[in-house]
Design a protein around this ligand. Structure first.
Ligand code: AMP
Length: 493
């Protein structure tokens, strides 16, 4: 016996677990391959004892088997992001102090040099796996399981550490609220280095013995084909994905539109989260699909906290009420409860809340008020439901569901030889939620263009963090203290 998530798979061994581009795999296949991967990882120690294993594998069976294999070997999984350039991968590998890197052959060129430089064990997913499974360690659920990197208001991204117990609480809360069963079939279209894809979609499906169909990457046309195939029961995405699906539906001919819509109507539930769902998207999607999207609110550090009801009235623009086992409160700047009907910061207390920021005890301590996690998001409770009002920091940008730090992008842009000063802001955008925009002061002789800046930046940060728009100014707006005034900078766009 090892971990409940993995042990439970015995009960539905013959069910299909993963449908991927390379084939269809049952829970028996998954358990077997995960145990082989664990054995391979354990070729010297009997238990990885929370060594960090960073891995970069496109969505599919190998990703899932590797995640389970790391857990069964007693390791802490550190999923890397497939669209991150080398400096960002290197940062995560260094910060997590990973001792092992697992890579799909497609990423070997990007990762092998990092492993060699740091003298880390390097494993390719194409390597031959041991046939004989060795005894696997017993893993207590209070042990660390996962580190997900997330951007904050200061410095570089921080590693959010969750234990197996935290993950289990995140899963069971959603399984109960959204009534997952083994008959569910979900199409997975989300990144697998982020909580939404790893927990809400993948791990909830695996907990109940459901089928998870995985696309190697998001593509709106392919998603529609899968929806039209008509055998899905569930779909979860960020608002940007719904916008992209709407665009394809709107350009299809009438007959095709009918088939697309019919596919949606076969499903029992469609969910949106990770960023605010704009009202026009909710309404257009309802016309197309017949589904009033269930909007929920959550965060890497806390799992999911608030959700509209599965059955019962969902209010447009609201995120519902606390999920099972989750306590939510709204407080003022002194951490005192606000009066009923007044806005306040959301604080969360729940077994799903993370353990710590990896090796950042001060940041972890600052993030809590007693046992309550400070989300940094404002909300109001009205009409029997929570409504998200926004974030406390203008330096957190949500673009396409990704959380990015304006300060992190600024520090990269500062390294450009032509840039003297810069300020990054998020500007409202109908497709991306917010788009990353940069105001720049350039050297007088500079001929920097948006295109040349973007290709320079893409070598250093993920494409979704690269400014989509720039304005060049003589000087940046600052207050009397010399501090950048971000609202005035936003007005430049
Ligand atoms: P992440 O940790 O990347 O999932 O980002 C979490 C942040 O996304 C939260 O702190 C919120 O600012 C934002 N967020 C998540 N869900 C919603 C939602 N339904 N409405 C508005 N903002 C959301």
């Amino acid at each position: 016996m090892t971990l409940p998530l993995i042990d439970r798979a015995i009960a539905h061994e013959n069910n299909i677990a993963i449908v991927a581009s390379i084939g269809t795999f049952t829970y028996r296949d998954l358990r077997q391959t995960a145990a082989e991967i664990a054995t391979n990882l354990l070729h010297q120690p009997a238990d990885l004892q929370e060594q960090r294993v960073a891995f970069l594998i496109p969505p599919g069976f190998e990703y899932v088997a590797t995640l389970w294999g790391i857990w069964q070997a007693g390791g802490v999984a550190v999923p890397l992001c497939v669209v991150h350039p080398r400096p960002e991968l290197e940062y995560v590998i260094a910060d997590s102090a990973a001792t092992i890197i697992i890579a799909h052959p497609d990423f070997a060129d990007r990762l092998r040099p990092i492993a060699e430089e740091r003298n880390l064990r390097f494993i390719l997913t194409s390597e031959y796996l041991p046939v004989k499974i060795s005894p696997l360690p017993r893993i207590d659920i209070t042990r660390r399981a996962l580190i997900l990197y997330t951007s904050g208001t200061t410095g570089k991204p921080k590693g959010v550490v969750t234990t197996h117990q935290n993950i289990q609480a995140q899963i069971t809360s959603l399984v109960t609220a959204w009534k997952w069963t083994a008959s569910d079939r979900i199409l997975h279209v989300l990144p697998l280095h982020h909580i939404h894809g790893i927990i809400n979609v993948l791990s909830c499906a695996l907990w109940v013995g459901a089928e998870c169909q995985m696309l190697p990457k998001f593509d709106a046309e392919t998603v529609w084909q899968r929806i039209m195939a008509g055998n899905l029961t569930l779909f979860m995405a960020v608002p940007t994905i719904y916008v992209k699906l709407i665009k394809v539906w709107e350009t299809a001919d009438g007959e095709l539109q009918k088939q697309m819509s019919a596919g949606c109507r076969q499903m029992r539930l469609m969910i949106s989260g990770s960023a605010a769902l704009p009202l026009p998207v909710l309404e257009t999607w309802q016309n197309i699909s017949g589904h009033f999207l269930l909007e929920r609110y959550g965060m890497t550090e806390i799992g999911m906290a608030l959700s509209n009801p599965l059955h019962g009235e969902r209010l447009a623009g609201y995120v519902g009420n606390p999920l099972p086992e989750v306590a939510v409160r709204l407080v003022d700047e002194n951490d005192n409860l606000v009066a009923p009907g007044m806005p306040g910061e959301i604080q969360v207390h729940s077994p799903s809340v993370f353990l710590e920021y990896w090796q950042k005890p001060e940041a972890t301590a600052r993030a809590f008020c007693d046992r309550w996690f400070r989300t940094g998001d404002f909300a109001i409770f009205e009409h029997g439901s929570y409504r998200i009002l926004g974030r406390m920091s203008v330096d957190i940008i949500k673009t396409g569901g990704y959380k990015v730090s304006a300060l992190e992008i600024e520090s990269v842009l500062f390294a450009h030889p032509d840039i003297l000063e810069c300020a990054v802001v998020g500007i409202e955008d109908p497709e991306w939620g917010e788009r990353v925009c940069a105001a720049l002061v350039l050297r007088p002789e500079s001929d920097l263009t948006l295109a040349s800046l973007r290709s320079w930046a893409k070598e250093r940060i993920a494409t979704y963090k690269v400014p989509a728009q720039i304005v060049v100014v003589e000087e940046l707006p600052r207050n009397a203290m010399g501090k950048l005034t971000k609202p005035s900078i936003a007005q430049l766009f």
